[in-house]
Design a binder for this molecule. Structure first.
Ligand SMILES: [Zn+2]
Length: 272
């Protein structure tokens, strides 16, 4: 056996040992049950901490540029909606009650919003202004984003990327992990936030988001009006949001089919 073959074999066995099948959330009324392959060296806490660094950088830069909106009525709206949604997150995963959730509104024409690993939310004013979003629609989009974070779709994408790297380079990558957290933070940001989500991930985020919004007292029908508005504007210049959240033609049908499952939760929920 050559040295290279030994390294490859070692890499492969470490790769298998380093992966685990998990389900990051409980099913809820919408029943999201897919098991996920996660790279165990890349723990939830580690990814959340790494992402927190890149989030603070984004928020800090927005502050310096004077585009961080902390006082407008929209900032208060976004904050209030986030608070109600976050209160429902432990339904899907109890440990999210300990996350250091943050929400920030950035003044920008960008039609975008996201929630990174560990509950770091950014909303852009362009989305609210151009789509004239109602509170229920803001809750639909924010619920969807929070669902990506709860399901750890970012860590899942990174796990895949590391698996590929390890297969290419052998065990060295594994041993080097965790040494350069800043570089890793960029990797998290890249894999977690900028690559298009898979159709399966989008569907999960739609379903969990729908339930979060309903439990928080926001009308789940707003998910339909939101995606209709989104596809109308994407006729001209496609919103940034659509590049990371590819919409399939079946999205609205799937949402419509799930609404009856969460409607009782909405009807029984506190509306403030
Ligand atoms: Zn999405």
């Amino acid at each position: 056996m050559s040295k290279r073959q030994v390294l490859c074999a070692l890499g492969a066995s470490l790769l298998i040992a380093g992966c685990q099948s998990v389900n990051t959330t409980s099913g809820g009324a919408v029943g999201v049950e897919r098991s996920q392959w996660m790279f165990s060296m890349l723990s939830t806490d580690e990814v959340n901490q790494m992402y927190a660094q890149s989030y603070q950088k984004t928020v800090g830069e927005a502050g310096k540029k004077g585009v961080l909106d902390q006082t407008s009525s929209d900032a208060r709206r976004v904050d209030a909606i986030a608070t109600r949604l976050i209160a429902q997150a432990p339904t899907f995963r109890p440990d999210s009650a300990q996350w250091k959730w943050e929400v920030n509104l950035i003044k920008s024409d960008e039609l975008n919003a996201n929630c990174g690993p560990g509950g770091k939310i950014i909303f852009y004013t362009g989305l609210i202004d151009k789509l004239k979003l109602t509170d229920d629609e803001i809750a639909a989009i924010m619920g969807h984003e929070i669902a990506h974070a709860l399901r750890e779709h970012g860590r899942e994408a990174m796990s895949k990327a590391y698996g590929i790297e390890m297969a290419k380079q052998g065990a060295g990558v594994l041993l080097g992990l965790g040494q350069d957290t800043l570089a890793l933070a960029d990797t998290v940001a890249n894999y977690g936030m900028t690559l298009p989500n898979s159709r399966a991930n989008e569907n999960e985020a739609d379903l969990i988001g729908l339930e979060l919004a309903a439990r928080a007292g926001y009308n789940p029908n707003a998910a339909i009006t939101l995606w209709n508005k989104m596809s109308k504007v994407s006729g001209g210049s496609p919103p940034e949001f659509m590049s990371t959240h590819p919409a399939s033609s079946s999205r609205i049908e799937a949402l419509q089919a799930a609404i009856p499952k969460v409607m009782p939760l909405y009807l029984n929920a506190k509306k403030s």
